[in-house]
Design a protein around this ligand. Structure first.
Ligand SMILES: [Zn+2]
Ligand SMILES: [Zn+2]
Length: 244
């Protein structure tokens, strides 16, 4: 089986007027732009815990190992006392290809956990659809929301010459969450310039998790289950914005 599907990522670029200035200001809203809550995720100043609600359409539940990998990734970079995940089934998104408007209204219909008190809530949708732009496997579209296009992920994984589903899912989950953490230069300022000018807001290192073209990153073409990691530039940015 030939793997012809490009796995790329779209992100709604953070164009808010109050770009994170490191002041630790926070908002209880879960409808801000992607990257707007980066500091709140990274530091333990205001929010001490994170709860992630995974809502999956029929047959689209992410692999348990993918979720466990995401938790380990977050524990490594977020200053939080606890990070927990719940998974619950929801209905079909009802279309074979979806836009961000479809995804947003699907979230509005199904999300029940919101940021409050000292807990940050995250909504991860795993939908039974492809994106309107072919090959898009995930989109980080709000400050505490991301979507996994599981049909696209399914088609790009598990066959001969294809990476495993766990490898693709883990990479997409961690990459999209990286955008919620403000990478690259989209809510978290850069310590050293490393933004891919042609593919903002991504990293210019093709061995980094935050490279724009996940499929063609150096790691993805390798055999085995190694998932791309953040490079030093991305890690330094997270540390500088309250993370680790
Ligand atoms: Zn991306
Ligand atoms: Zn990087």
């Amino acid at each position: 089986m030939k793997n012809f599907i490009l796995i790329v990522c779209l992100v709604l670029v953070y164009a808010g007027c109050s770009k994170n200035d490191g002041s630790g200001s926070s908002s209880s809203s879960d409808k801000l732009a992607t990257g707007a809550s980066a500091h709140d995720f990274l530091s333990g100043e205001v929010y001490t815990t994170v709860t992630i609600q995974v809502e999956y359409s029929p047959g689209m539940q992410p692999q348990l190992q993918s979720i466990n990998n995401l938790i380990s990734f977050l524990q490594a970079h977020l200053n939080k006392a606890s990070i927990t995940v719940t998974q619950s089934p929801v209905g079909s998104i009802g279309k074979s290809t979806v836009s961000i408007n479809d995804v947003s209204s699907f979230e509005d219909k199904n999300r029940t956990a919101f940021t409050s008190g000292s807990n940050m809530a995250v909504c991860i949708l795993a939908v039974d659809a492809d994106y309107t732009t072919p090959g898009v496997a995930g989109v980080a579209y709000r400050n505490t929301s991301l979507v996994m296009l599981e049909k696209t992920i399914e088609a790009a994984s598990g066959g001969l010459d294809q990476p495993s589903r766990i490898k693709i899912e883990t990479t997409v989950l961690e990459h999209e969450f990286g955008h919620l953490l403000g990478l690259v230069n989209n809510g978290t300022a850069m310590v050293t310039p490393h933004e891919d000018e042609a593919h903002k807001p991504h990293c210019n290192n093709n061995n980094c998790l935050m490279y724009y073209d996940i499929e063609n990153s150096g790691f993805m073409s390798q055999l085995g289950n190694a998932v791309p990691k953040l490079d030093d530039n991305c890690i330094n940015d997270l540390k500088n914005n309250g993370g680790k």
